[in-house]
Design a protein around this ligand. Structure first.
Ligand SMILES: Cc1cc2nc3c(=O)[nH]c(=O)nc-3n(C[C@H](O)[C@H](O)[C@H](O)COP(=O)(O)O)c2cc1C
Length: 181
């Protein structure tokens, strides 16, 4: 099984990208998780699209998504919603392409908030995924709060409890991808 894991954060020490690395470590040998970031995707501009079409970086990401059996998004929360970087990438990808139609999708996130741990951004992103006709795993959900205490300075997950929960989440996601109706 091939899973594409997309991070909504560009920071080298991003805890969201760190969550995806932890998933890679937890994956069984039959499941390959490839991590991508959204570096190199320009701001959506309708004039540029008309003049030059989709940027190569967007076409490449579209192809990688299509080749994957399932897609995982790790999203931070910026001002109670998803980062512009993630929304921008999705907006580009959606132009003339049903890139997530019927695709099995999972979502998780880490933030420094005390309580909600990206709950708000994830629920905003679910709304966008609805428009893209993705088949989004309803639960279990992962909202990692207090990320400063759960990751090291390089963004690697250090919290054993979160890792344990992540393993259960991954098991559920693999089942979600496998059990197509
Ligand atoms: C512009 C901006 C807005 C933010 N807004 C929120 C927020 O609404 N809720 C929250 O929990 N954290 C917020 N944060 C803090 C992020 O949770 C924190 O920076 C987190 O580590 C980002 O994810 P990363 O580690 O993957 O880069 C914000 C950070 C930035 C840069």
């Amino acid at each position: 099984m091939k899973i594409l894991a997309i991070s909504g954060a560009l920071r080298k020490a991003s805890t969201n990208t760190g969550l995806l690395r932890a998933l890679q470590e937890l994956a069984p040998p039959t499941v390959e998780i490839e991590i991508v970031t959204l570096h190199g995707i320009p701001l959506y501009d309708g004039d540029a699209e008309e003049a030059e079409g989709k940027p190569q970086s967007v076409k490449d990401l579209d192809a990688r998504i299509r080749a994957a059996d399932g897609v995982i998004f790790a999203t931070p929360e910026y001002n109670f919603s998803i980062p512009g970087v993630l929304k921008n990438a999705v907006d580009w990808l959606s132009r003339g392409s049903h890139f997530l139609k019927w695709k099995r999708v999972g979502m998780l996130g880490a933030g420094d908030g005390v309580y909600l741990g990206t709950g708000r951004s994830q629920y905003h992103f679910r709304q966008t995924l609805q428009s893209l006709q993705a088949i989004v795993m309803p639960r279990p959900e992962i909202f990692v709060n207090h990320n400063r205490d759960k990751f090291d300075a390089s963004g690697n997950l250090t919290d054993a409890e979160t890792r344990k929960y992540l393993a259960k989440w991954l098991e559920a996601f693999i089942e979600w991808v496998e059990k197509k109706p």
